[in-house]
Design a protein around this ligand. Structure first.
Ligand SMILES: [Fe+2]
Ligand SMILES: [Fe+2]
Length: 390
C-alpha cells in the first residue's frame, strides 16, 4: 500500500504530546483522589491500559451467555409471523421460503405464516372471551415484568465486573427489549382490555429496580425470571402462543446468569450470610406470593390450580437462590415447608373438603422441550408430574 506522506511540524507535535501527558496525569489523579474520598471518580469501570473492563476478560461468561444467545437468537418475523416485526435478514427470509416449498400441505398448514387478521381469528376460534381475558391477565402480569426486566438488566451494566459479564448482560438487555415489544403485540392481538399492574406486582418490580447492587440479580434473575419461565412453560403449548417457547429458552439462560457470574466473582461470606441481607431478600420476594395467588381465578379458568403453580415457582426460585448463594432466613426445605403449610391453611378455609397436599412438589410446565430445558436448570428429581402437566 502506498501513502503520500505529509510533513508535520515536529515541535508542534512534541508540544501537543506533552500537553496531553500533563492533562492525562491531571484528570486521572483528580478522579483517583475523588474516588479515594468516596466521591464519583472515573465513572466507567474500564481499564484502558489493559484494553479490558475491570475484572478481566472472563471469556467463560461471554461464551455461556453472549455467544450462546447469539447462536439461539430468534427472529419475531419467523416465530410470530402475524406480528408487525420485520427483523429477518434477506438470507433468513429466503431460507424460510425454501423450507416452505419443501413442505407438504399438512406441514405448511402447521407452520402457516399467518397474517395478523388470521391470527386474531385463530384466537377467537380457540378461546372463549373468558379464556382470552384469563390469558391476557396472566401474560400481561409478566408483560409488565418484561418492561422492568429491560430496565433492571440495563442497570446491571454498571454493577457487573469484566468484559465477559458485561457482554452477557448486554445480551439480556437485547432479549428483554424483544420480549417486551413482541409480548405486547401478542397480548394486544387478543383484543380484550389489558389490566394494569397489580399492587403486588408494582411492589415486587419496584423493589427489584430499587434493590442495591447485585441484589438486583436476586430480585430479577432469580425471582421474576422464575415466574416468567413458569408462565411461559405453562402457556407455550396453547394454540397461538407457540412463540412463548422462544421466551422460555431465553429466560432459562437469564435465570442461570447469577450463578455463572458468582462462579467468577463470588459473593463474600458476609454478603451471603448476613442476617440483614437474608431478611432483605425475603422482603423483596414476599410480594411474589400474593401476586401469584391474585391470579387464582384466571389460572383456574385455564384448568391450573394456583397453589400448584405457586408451589412450582417457589421451589424453582428457592433452588436458584440457594445455588447462587443468595441465602434466605431459613434453609430452602424449611422455607418451602412453611409456605406449604400456609397454602394448605388457606385451602382449608376456602376449599370444601380440602386434603393436605405437597404443593411444593408440583410442576405446571407443559411441553417436553420446556420440561427438558428446566431439568437442565433445576435437576431431574424435584419435579413431579401433576395431572395438568401430564
Ligand atoms: Fe424476558
Ligand atoms: Fe429475562
Amino acid at each position: 500500500m502506498h501513502f503520500d506522506k505529509l510533513t508535520v511540524n515536529p515541535r508542534a507535535t512534541a508540544v501537543n504530546r506533552r500537553v496531553e501527558q500533563l492533562a492525562n496525569a491531571a484528570v486521572r489523579a483528580w478522579d483517583a483522589a475523588k474516588a479515594k474520598v468516596g466521591l464519583t471518580g472515573r465513572r466507567a469501570d474500564y481499564d484502558d491500559h489493559a484494553y479490558e473492563f475491570v475484572g478481566g476478560a472472563r471469556d467463560a461468561l461471554r461464551k455461556k451467555h453472549y455467544d450462546k444467545s447469539l447462536r439461539l437468537l430468534w427472529k419475531a418475523e419467523e416465530h410470530a409471523s402475524w406480528s408487525s416485526f420485520r427483523d429477518a435478514t434477506a438470507g433468513e427470509r429466503a431460507l424460510l421460503g425454501i423450507a416452505e416449498r419443501g413442505m407438504n400441505d399438512a406441514e405448511k398448514a402447521a407452520r402457516a405464516r399467518i397474517s395478523s387478521a388470521e391470527f386474531r381469528a385463530l384466537l377467537d376460534r380457540e378461546y372463549t372471551p373468558a379464556e382470552k381475558s384469563a390469558i391476557v391477565s396472566i401474560l400481561s402480569a409478566i408483560g409488565h415484568g418484561e418492561a422492568y426486566a429491560w430496565l433492571v438488566s440495563a442497570s446491571m451494566m454498571f454493577e457487573v465486573e469484566s468484559t465477559g459479564a458485561r457482554a452477557a448482560v448486554t445480551m439480556q438487555v437485547l432479549e428483554e427489549a424483544k420480549h417486551f415489544v413482541v409480548l405486547r403485540e401478542l397480548i394486544q392481538a387478543f383484543g380484550v382490555p389489558i389490566p394494569r399492574q397489580s399492587a403486588w406486582e408494582y411492589l415486587l418490580l419496584e423493589g427489584c429496580l430499587k434493590a442495591r447492587g447485585l441484589d438486583r440479580f436476586f430480585g430479577m434473575n432469580v425471582l421474576v425470571e422464575t415466574i416468567a419461565l413458569s408462565i411461559f412453560g405453562l402457556l407455550s403449548d396453547k394454540p397461538g402462543l407457540e412463540v412463548l417457547r422462544m421466551f422460555h429458552l431465553d429466560e432459562s439462560r437469564h435465570t442461570a446468569l447469577p450463578d455463572n457470574y458468582f462462579k467468577e466473582f463470588p459473593l463474600s461470606k458476609w454478603q451471603r450470610h448476613s442476617p440483614r441481607r437474608r431478611l432483605a431478600r425475603l422482603a423483596m420476594a414476599l410480594p411474589a406470593v400474593p401476586l401469584v395467588l391474585y391470579l387464582e381465578p384466571e389460572l383456574a379458568e385455564l384448568g391450573t390450580d394456583v397453589f400448584e403453580f405457586a408451589g412450582s415457582v417457589l421451589r424453582k426460585a428457592v433452588h436458584l437462590a440457594e445455588r447462587a448463594g443468595f441465602l434466605l432466613p431459613l434453609p430452602g426445605p424449611q422455607l418451602l415447608a412453611v409456605f406449604n403449610r400456609i397454602f394448605n391453611a388457606y385451602c382449608r378455609l376456602t376449599r370444601e373438603g380440602h386434603a393436605f397436599r405437597d404443593y411444593m412438589a408440583a410442576d405446571t410446565t407443559h411441553g417436553a422441550a420446556e420440561a427438558a430445558v428446566e431439568r437442565e436448570i433445576f435437576g431431574g428429581g424435584s419435579a413431579e408430574t401433576t395431572p395438568q402437566a401430564a
